[in-house]
Ligand binder design. Structure first.
Ligand code: SF4
Length: 756
């Protein structure tokens, strides 16, 4: 569990010189985000040829965090790197596979049985390779990271989009795909396009019913779900420093909902208090010593319009509590306007369930403010009208709130406490009656509220609010209830008002925990074996992909000419397939099943050139593979957009597709293809897409002289005996050509380690 103080001190010692060099280079003061980015440039990345906004820059993150669902493929790949240990401190957190149904203990026991093989694999691979392992029930990745590993000025990547939560402790923390995590654990640089900068100046002070959550709900309303794309959001001002560290975490967490690369806050007293309260006095002292480097240069916050690409100002003293939703987190409605919005939109106003907790909002402060309302239910003879549930973010928080009597109070109002895990936040909620798909309303303090996200019911309208507002609404059972102005009728028929919520930023008696649920890795893992059953349906050890045969590729079959949008979800669908994400062969049965066949406009229905019959894409490709025949996929514009799912690159590679030729690529997917040893090519002339016919046999020429910047040629032999020679572009650099030749980037890393 130990955080790496020496590593942090080393970073801090080097930071002043790096920041000064960057300041000189840019000739102006720096924002906090810029300071952290510059302090983490990879040693191979020259500051000299750095040009802002144009460059994909190589970074050296300090840490990697992985949740159990995405860790599986990341670690299966890492095992191929041939390293005895991970190159940077890394942790695995078992939080995504626990279904919330009855209550914490029973639900946890069931999950441990059902996902035993996955947990055993993750525990053993962590033990072997020096990775900290947080067992099921220990907590949700981002809360556990905030409590144990996040630190001001650090850079972390994590295989989960809400990794950004650690910005609450002044980090640059970014959600990535498993392939990126694998690279960093294997010691490779990590590449990111230099982000834009959005400044959010917070003036005034939060009070009464308004909470940090309302800041991000407001920002989401302003920027929408796309407004933060490609940007780091930096919060500053008196409103920022007067807020708790965990409140800052909530704001950064939901930065994912505006598409931001990440969000962050400058180091301040609240962070120092939190570090000390979570047993990290030494880090607080080290941060204090370099605190001017852990926030922006003073000129930036004095004249922010000069240094940020976009500036937003919010006066916290005037900010109202918000509810965002349904179906999108950027539909922001101040609580005073909810009544008219609900009527205008015909939203069901009866609240069925209020859910608090999750990685977004389960700090001690959050729970203590919610419990101050729960207490009033008893004191004021009220009855909680809606069901009410709590998912604590970590065992440390759960244990502490139990010790301090909060769980007892919640129990008195009939609340259910789920396991310290994601549960209802990610659809792992076995909600009674959800299958009836009735239209209904729930309120929660999580972050996402897209259709089906919580309970799988497309007709559940989920509204996102602060834990205190969710608690008040659950007590009232009414979406139109405004606790600031409205009264409730109690069991005695009296009209009563809820007092404003109150709470403690940190536990007065300190945090406590009996068993935090952490397994430290073996000091020497060389003798540890990794547990994967050869008959498992969910896990499969990877075999290295074969090296390039050294010749041009000839006689490939056209597998599919995909028409229109082909995202990573079309290439490797999610939903029920996710349970196979640790088993490459099984999950490959979803390969391209969402892509539209240009020739018949159908999905998952293509011509098998060997039989002339139409059938599913994966089965057709398996038929080619069985005959030792390679294939090519042709696609349209922005092929592979969407989440950076590495399976979308690994599945075609595994099943024997040799090249993807498209009008244009989404960049991350193109890089993922390169890493897996695939050929990712683009039409030099986009109109050539129209020349490709259903029965084409394809040759790829020029590979024996595969050179950066030099076109290759692709020959399409048509069934009528004619052919078209099509020039194609690629963006492979020298290194990436080596990946192609070796069969995959990991094959090169493994060779290097074998030689060392
Ligand atoms: S609690 Fe929700 S948002 Fe947080 S990590 Fe789990 S699924 Fe993601």
């Amino acid at each position: 569990m130990a955080f790496d103080v020496d590593m942090i001190k080393k970073l801090y010692a080097a930071m002043p010189a790096k920041v000064a060099a960057a300041r000189n280079k840019l000739g102006r003061p720096l924002t906090l985000a810029e300071k952290i980015l510059f302090a983490h440039l990879h040693e191979e990345q020259s500051l000299e040829n750095f040009e802002r906004a144009k460059h994909y820059v190589n970074f050296a993150p300090d840490r990697v965090a992985m949740q159990d669902a995405t860790a599986q493929m990341a670690l299966l790949q890492f095992m191929q790197a041939g390293r005895p240990k991970v190159a940077v401190p890394s942790t695995v957190h078992c939080d995504h596979l626990i279904v919330a149904k009855t209550e914490a203990k029973e639900d946890l026991e069931k999950a441990v049985t059902e996902s035993k093989e996955v947990y055993d694999f993750l525990a053993s691979v962590s033990n072997k390779y020096g990775i900290g392992f947080w067992k099921p029930g220990a907590g949700i990745i981002h809360q556990v990271v905030l409590e144990n590993y996040a630190f001001p000025g650090g850079m972390m990547i994590g295989t989960d989009s809400h990794t950004v939560n650690a910005g609450g402790l002044g980090m640059i923390a970014i959600g990535v795909g498993g392939a990126d995590a694998c690279d960093v654990m294997a010691g490779l640089p990590w590449e990111l396009k230099w982000p834009k900068l959005i400044g959010v100046k917070l003036t005034g002070k939060l009070s009464g019913w308004t909470a940090p959550k309302d800041v991000i709900l407001k920002v989401a309303g302003i920027l929408t779900v796309k407004g933060g794309t490609g940007a780091i959001v930096e919060y500053f001002g008196e409103g920022a420093t007067s807020m708790s560290c965990t409140g800052k975490g909530t704001i950064c967490n939901m930065g994912a909902e505006i598409g931001a690369t990440t969000s962050t806050f400058g180091y301040d007293e609240s962070m120092s208090r939190y570090l000390k309260a979570t047993g990290r006095e030494e880090i607080a002292a080290a941060a204090d010593a370099v605190k001017e480097h852990l926030t922006a240069d003073a000129e930036v916050y004095t004249n922010p319009e000069k240094y940020f690409d976009q500036l937003i100002e919010i006066n916290l003293s005037e900010l109202e509590p918000h509810l965002n939703g349904p179906f999108t987190p950027d539909l922001a409605t101040p609580i005073s306007k909810m009544k008219e919005a609900a009527i205008a939109n015909n939203w069901p106003t009866k609240i069925e369930v209020g859910l608090i907790g999750s990685c977004t909002n389960s700090s001690y402060e959050d729970i203590s403010r919610a419990v101050s309302l729960a207490r009033q239910v008893v004191e004021k003879n009220l009855k909680t009208k809606a069901e009410f549930t709590i998912t604590p973010g970590s065992e440390q928080v759960r244990f502490t709130i139990e010790r301090d009597g909060f769980l007892n109070t919640f129990d008195k109002i009939g609340a259910k406490v789920f396991a310290n895990a994601c549960g209802p936040c990610i659809g792992m909620w076995d909600r009674v009656g959800a299958e009836k798909q009735e239209r209904n309303t729930i309120v929660h303090s999580f972050n996402r509220n897209f259709a089906k996200r919580a309970d799988g019911n497309p007709n559940t309208l989920a509204f996102v609010g602060s834990p205190e507002l969710v608690t008040a609404l659950a007590i009232a059972g009414d979406l139109t209830f405004n606790p600031i102005t409205d009264s409730l009728i109690n069991e005695k028929g009296e009209s009563v008002k809820l007092d404003e919520p109150t709470g403690d930023e940190l536990p007065l008696r300190g945090f406590a925990v009996d068993d935090p649920g952490f397994q430290a890795p073996a000091a020497d893992g060389s003798g540890v074996s990794v547990d994967v059953s050869p008959t498992s349906k969910r896990l499969q050890l990877l075999d290295p992909f074969p090296a390039w045969e050294g010749t041009d590729l000839k006689g490939l079959k056209l597998l599919i000419k995909a028409k229109g949008k082909c995202t990573t979800d079309h290439i490797s669908m999610a939903g029920p397939w996710l349970k196979f994400r640790g088993h490459l062969d099984n999950i490959s049965n979803n390969m391209l099943i969402g892509a539209v066949n240009f020739f018949n406009e159908k999905t998952d229905n293509i011509k098998n050139q060997l039989t002339g019959e139409y059938g599913p894409v994966p089965a057709t490709q398996r038929a080619y593979k069985a005959q030792g025949i390679g294939s090519i996929v042709v696609g349209d514009e922005n092929y592979g957009e969407g989440s950076s799912r590495e399976h979308a690159a690994m599945e075609p590679r595994h099943l024997g597709v040799r090249a993807i030729l498209v009008k244009s690529f989404a960049r991350i997917h193109e890089t993922n293809l390169k890493k897996q040893g695939m050929l990712g090519l683009t039409f030099a002339n986009k109109d050539d897409y129209d020349k490709i016919q259903e029965d084409d046999i394809v040759d790829i020429l020029g590979l024996t002289d595969f050179t950066p910047g030099k076109q290759l040629a692709v020959v399409f032999h048509h069934a009528d005996g004619s052919s078209d020679i099509v020039p194609v572009n690629h963006t492979y650099n020298e290194q990436q050509i080596e990946w192609f030749k070796a069969g995959a980037a990991l094959n090169i890393i493994r060779q290097k380690f074998a030689e060392a």
